[in-house]
Write a protein that binds this ligand. Sequence first.
Ligand code: MLT
Length: 391
Amino acid sequence: MRVNHNALKLENNYLFSEVGRRLAAFQKENPDRKLLKCSIGDVTRPLPRIITDAMNSAVEEMGRAETFRGYGAEQGESFLREAIANYYSKRGIQIDPVDIFISDGAKSDLGNMCDLFDADNTVLLPNPVYPVYYDTNVMAGRRVVFLDGSKENGFLPMPDESVKADIIYLCSPNNPTGAVYNRSQLTAWVQYAIDQGAVLLFDAAYESYICDPTLPHSIYEIAGAEQCAIEINSLSKMAGFTGVRCGWSVVPRALQLDGASLHDMWFRRMSTKYNGTSYIIQRAAEKVFSAEGQAAVHEDIAYYMENARILKAALTKAGIWSTGGENAPYVWVQAPDGLGSWEFFDKLLHTYAIAGTPGAGFGTAGEGYLRFSSFGTRETVEAAAALLETL
Ligand code: MLT
């Protein structure tokens, strides 16, 4: 037998596993020091009561003969697909529930989408960006080219006509930099994708953190996007579902590339390899999109955004350059004194017991930067901010 040699090309550890390993080693050596975790983007607020109530009543339904359910609808239950379509329509975006597929999260969808595309494609990635895009395409044996973000372009690289691309990933608001593309920038990306005959995979996992009302939340706010774009989203960050697991992808039937319907291909792929998200979780997810559910999750979003403000204020006080944190739950920090990403990570960890995520882990253009997540508890963030002010 032969293993997938492309999988051997990956770094030994996934970024967040490596960070976790170093933090665990630190904690083992320093059991009395309290680690201030601002590293992985994992939520800390409990689920709102209205959402756990919906989950509990679905559990009750499963325990009664009259309401028990076995396998669910392959694409996801229609009540949830309709609730999501309605969520889009409030922003003036018309999405047919038929084009929505429910999954267990954005990361799975982003990786699984690789099944739809030939290995012989060129993948274009912004740099820095969520490492899953790169890792999953390396595993699939594809060529990857990068467009670098920098201080100069506001970490929002724009398409370059001279670069040939077949599969384009965008993450806006961006993980890790917190930068958000505006309408005219996204219009240029959609045009570029159409001109190239490429597919655009738009990761909108952080859209609910956008505070500036002029910024687009969905690629489908841009004319023509339904001919070139798939949108991937998740309730992990919007509604605290990192441990619950529920996401969705919009794969429009209008999206026809290389003579094939990506919608039909995704339907076939999902019905072959996935048996659906749990009914209990889909009922909880449905509640997220109700008026009361949205009010409850927006309280948590405001809490995390206040954390971002506190972190940024401390960095400003210390004279350290940062960006992000205004329309996204990540603060992107330039390492002081010319330190490299991992050097700054180690300094923060060993001197202050503060955990960040090294920018270099998100791509070469992240070298010299570090990302703070604002998903910690207020107590953690305030303690970290007090120390950061003295940097
Ligand atoms: C992050 O810290 O970037 C996120 O937790 C990654 C993820 O959502 O998988």
